[in-house]
Ligand binder design. Structure first.
Ligand code: FAE
Length: 549
């Protein structure tokens, strides 16, 4: 499903907006833009955004609006259950002063980062220059959440990670599945739940004929040439971007989005985020409402049955406006691997949910993420126009334990650089623990553990460099630093399936509590994770609805 109109705000809307801005009426400009800039609106038509009243009772409460949460909400609502979703991020339905909902990747501003006064860009340097800058502290879209050994990047807002990710929608090879989720029947996943997830997410393949000639994918074709010359399998991967829209971007017929480099701070057009797929369908049931800028702080058994959920309502500076208590018959933890793990770890340690078992907070992994760039020769330009939506990868999983996404470096200038995000088969797993002294949840990740992932990624890039006579870039992650080993985009685990929960996500010890997001997956999916998170949620919610409601 597509959902975005291909019609664009005409010159009329644009010039009126500029006129208003010129008269100093920024507020007026934003308000007008909200009515004229159709495709820039990210809100879900019909979604009830009425904040939950203090003291209310809900049948099913979902914490978080990412993949797991959206699947749960849609399927519960279709089964006739009223659902309320609590989302700590914004609704992302209001354009900023520039008429756009989301900021551009090259120009982060107050919309870009979650409650930090300075950006923390995944690529922190370029050609020796630091890229980070001060921004107003705001409930922006990308959270760079720091733990002792790793920064975990996550999406914040209605739509969760779907708002900021690259849209790479990869179903793992079936013979690798038993390694990913050993207690799940592959037959049912590949016959029913992966196809259901792919359909629900609007996953499609790029038109390869168009791709072969598209300026915006020159970087990917260079990536293919180098991979193939070194004997590595080069694979196309599906995406949730609307390829027809991208073709129109390339033709100059619509406002540019992927071709303007939009990705990690949101995508104003073209990408089918959850707002356009699962959440739009959930809204259409009339049974789903969302409290945005509301953060769940506690869940505990209620004396009258069900659970008492404590919620902070916050403003866009993060200040608490109100504290609410809601009673829910059933609660779905879909706050993402880190969000769900942090909540459950604290609630177990502080006695709010004493029945949770010893597996809570364990089995967390980074999907083996590590980044690097290569410096190409002058005769191998990667193009100054680079689509922000990746379409391909280099698969050396069997031989070297690495699957490398051929990623864009959408700087707007020719960099002669090839850039890669590798997913590796690292065995490293960390654990969340409650720290009463700081009142925070810590993660036991050690930066040195990334060496395993670097070695696996080198199984691809050392060979390519040797073959091509090229070298690694050392100016992207710090001065003379080759490997982006400080971060992950793919947090997984912390409430692992069939350990912290039963084999369908029911948390042990507290009937009516479920985990239904990336926290269920024990640390690695061999490819980008959101299709697997969605498919597993589809599998689990079907059983939960059939047996528990
Ligand atoms: P997620 O989507 O993170 O949703 C959790 C939601 O819960 C968020 O909206 C939170 O704000 C909210 N929340 C957290 N705590 C609370 C609380 N206490 N109260 C209320 N709300 C709360 O979870 N994956 C791919 O497969 N392909 C890609 O191309 C890709 N690219 C990525 C690029 C970037 C920059 C990033 C950061 C991630 C990327 N990912 C990609 C990962 C993917 O987005 C991620 O695995 C999923 O979003 C995780 O889905 P969950 O449902 O687990």
């Amino acid at each position: 499903m597509s959902g975005h109109p291909l019609s664009v705000p005409g010159t009329d809307g644009f010039s009126r907006r500029r006129f208003l801005a010129g008269t100093g009426s920024l507020l007026g400009a934003a308000a007008l833009a909200a009515h004229t800039a159709g495709p820039a609106r990210a809100e879900v038509p019909g979604l009830d955004l009425t904040p939950v009243p203090d003291g209310s009772h809900v049948r099913a409460l979902v914490i978080g609006t990412g993949y797991g949460g959206s699947v749960a909400a849609l399927r519960l609502a279709r089964a006739g259950v009223d659902v309320h979703m609590i989302e700590m991020g914004q609704a992302w339905d209001t354009p900023g002063p520039d008429g756009k909902v989301f900021a551009n990747t090259t120009k982060p501003d107050y919309r870009s980062f979650w409650l930090r006064g300075r950006t923390k860009q995944p690529l922190s340097q370029f050609l020796g220059f630091p890229l980070d800058k001060d921004v107003p502290c705001h409930t922006g879209i990308l959270d760079a959440e720091d733990f002792a050994g790793i920064t975990v990047y996550q999406g914040r807002g209605v739509g969760g990670g779907s708002l900021v990710n690259g849209g790479m929608a990869v179903t793992p090879l079936r013979d690798r599945f038993p390694e990913i989720l050993p207690t799940v029947d592959p037959a049912e996943m590949y016959a029913t739940y992966y196809p259901r997830a792919n359909a629900g997410l609007g996953v499609t393949e790029v038109d390869q004929n168009w791709w072969e000639g598209a300026d915006a994918y020159q970087y990917a074709r260079v990536g293919r040439k180098h991979a193939q010359r070194s004997g590595f399998p080069f694979v196309f991967v599906p995406n949730v971007y609307d390829w027809d829209y991208m073709k129109q971007e390339a033709a100059g017929a619509v406002p540019k989005s992927a071709l303007a480099g939009e990705v990690i701070y949101g995508n104003n057009h073209g990408k089918k985020s959850l707002q356009k797929t699962y959440l739009a369908q959930a809204a259409a049931t009339g049974r789903v409402s969302v409290s945005a800028l509301h953060r769940v702080t506690s869940v505990s058994p209620a004396a009258t049955g069900g659970y008492t959920v404590a919620i902070d309502q916050i403003d866009t500076t993060g200040a608490v406006l109100a504290t609410k208590t809601v009673r829910a018959d059933r609660v779905f933890f879909a706050a993402g691997s880190v969000g769900t793990s942090k909540l459950l770890t604290r609630l177990k340690a502080t006695g709010a949910l004493p029945g949770l078992n010893e597996h809570i907070g364990k089995g967390w992994g980074d999907n083996g993420n590590v980044m690097c760039g290569r410096a190409n020769h002058m005769w191998d330009p990667t193009g100054k126009l680079q689509s922000a939506m990746p379409t391909a990868g280099i698969d050396n999983w069997e031989a070297g334990g690495a699957f490398a996404e051929v990623a864009p470096l959408p700087t707007g200038i020719e960099t002669y650089a090839s850039f890669y995000l590798s997913i590796t088969r690292t065995p490293r797993r960390a654990e969340f623990s409650w720290n009463p002294a700081t009142g925070r949840v810590d993660l036991s990740w050690d930066r040195a553990w990334k060496q395993t992932s670097i070695d696996m990624a080198k199984s691809i890039f050392d060979k390519i460099n040797a073959k091509e006579g090229t070298i690694y870039r050392s100016d992207l992650f710090g001065a003379y630093k080759i490997w982006g080993d400080h971060l992950t985009y793919h947090p997984l685990g912390g409430a692992v399936l069939d350990r912290a929960t039963d084999n369908h996500g029911r948390l042990h010890g507290h009937p009516g509590l479920y985990a239904i997001d990336g926290s269920l997956i024990p640390g690695n999916t061999s490819v980008n994770p959101f299709v697997t998170i969605t498919a597993l949620a589809e599998r689990n919610i079907e059983r939960i609805i059939a047996e528990d409601f």
